[in-house]
Write a protein that binds this ligand. Structure first.
Ligand SMILES: O=C(O)CCC(=O)C(=O)O
Ligand SMILES: [Fe+2]
Length: 349
């Protein structure tokens, strides 16, 4: 993984009301980064709420204060594991977690950039990343392969708490969106299971940029910008962050973005999510827009699954781990059955 050069993100706070300059920077760099765009106190309140749910799920070290996010190493899990989804979906029911995606400070910037009304897509995402579980770090990718819709969609990534480099914040490949196409993605462990090899795409530079994020900071980037997470190499801290996607109200949305995150892995409806909410202001808010719906493109993940099958057969431990997860969570689906049968033949050898 190329990280030869890891320089500082360009901060755009001083250009916040200068739409021409914001657009120029987005065009040049493939991202905009703002310090303190979100209210730190609101985020810290959310952090406590999220971590209190994780604590109840057994994810935190005994006797620690939830706000510190000190992990219980015995409960390590990641996206793709059923244990992860169990606790994650409890966090996912928090009203404040969904509401923060509607905050005006972020929408104002996005609407300036795109010049029209923007909304957060229904599917919000939190990442709850265990320390020293680095083979599951989010690999190098473009968001389009996962979230689809249009290339103009904007991702907003915000840590829920300070996120110094060692906690594994996001890094972007500066200017990479200018490839103006979806790059080849291959099987990988880590969120999304898809990665790009920059070395295989001659037009990409190695200008990786990141920072020591502080609570309230927000990184904004379009669907073609190449990015990755850094590994969480802290001794014991969970990394918690939000990544939500925003679109114009007239643009189409991919069908899976209308559902709660990871609901294909373990069922969760919006009515489930809304059970304990005390307001309906942000429930089903997207329905009035009648967004055109696009079928999900499954090609990227199907190709990665085929690669994982080949790699597992040739002895690749990471691919075998991936197939074990799929076999456990989808035992009756065609991919789950194929994964189980490949693993069986390997153990019978
Ligand atoms: O936080 C992560 O590890 C992944 C986030 C990401 O890829 C994104 O925000 O698009
Ligand atoms: Fe991403």
């Amino acid at each position: 993984m190329s990280s030869a050069r890891l320089s500082e993100l360009r901060i755009s706070n001083e250009a916040r009301t200068d739409v021409v300059e914001l657009r120029r920077r987005l065009h040049d760099d493939g991202y905009l980064f703002f310090r303190g765009l979100l209210d730190p106190l609101r985020l810290l309140k959310l952090r406590r709420e999220m971590l209190t749910v994780m604590q109840a799920g057994g994810w935190l070290a005994a006797g620690t204060d939830a706000i510190d996010g000190i992990a219980n190493p015995d409960s390590r899990s990641t996206e793709g594991d059923l244990d992860y989804t169990d606790v994650y979906h409890q966090v996912y029911r928090l009203q404040s977690f969904h509401e923060i995606a509607h905050c005006r400070e972020v929408l104002d910037v996005l609407e300036q950039i795109r010049g029209g009304e923007m909304i957060p897509q229904p599917q919000k995402i939190a990442r709850l990343w265990f320390p020293r579980f680095t083979e599951h770090t989010t690999p190098i990718h473009q968001d389009f392969v996962h979230f689809q819709g249009t290339w103009d969609n904007l991702t907003c990534w915000s840590p829920v708490g300070d996120c110094p480099r060692e906690l594994g914040g996001l890094a972007v490949l500066r200017g990479s969106h200018r490839v103006n196409r979806v790059l080849d993605h291959h099987f990988s462990l880590g969120a999304g299971s898809l990665h790009v090899d920059p070395a295989a795409h001659g037009e990409l530079t190695d200008e990786w940029q990141t920072t020591d994020y502080e609570v309230g900071d927000t990184l904004i980037f379009p669907a073609l910008t190449v990015h990755k997470a850094l590994p969480n190499v802290t001794a014991d801290r969970l990394r918690i962050s939000l990544d939500n996607r925003y679109q114009r109200v007239g643009d189409p949305i991919a069908e899976h973005m209308l559902n709660p995150h990871l609901s294909s892995m373990s069922s969760l409806s919006w009515d489930d999510v809304y059970t304990n909410w005390n307001s309906d202001e942000f429930q089903y808010y997207w329905k009035i827009h009648n967004l055109p719906v696009l079928p999900k493109i499954t090609l990227y993940l199907d190709q990665a699954f085929d690669e994982a099958i080949q790699l597992a057969r040739s002895g690749d431990a990471r691919a075998q781990l991936h197939l074990r997860r799929i076999a456990l969570r989808d035992p009756t689906a065609p991919q789950g059955k194929l994964a189980a049968s490949v693993l069986d033949t390997l153990t019978c050898r």
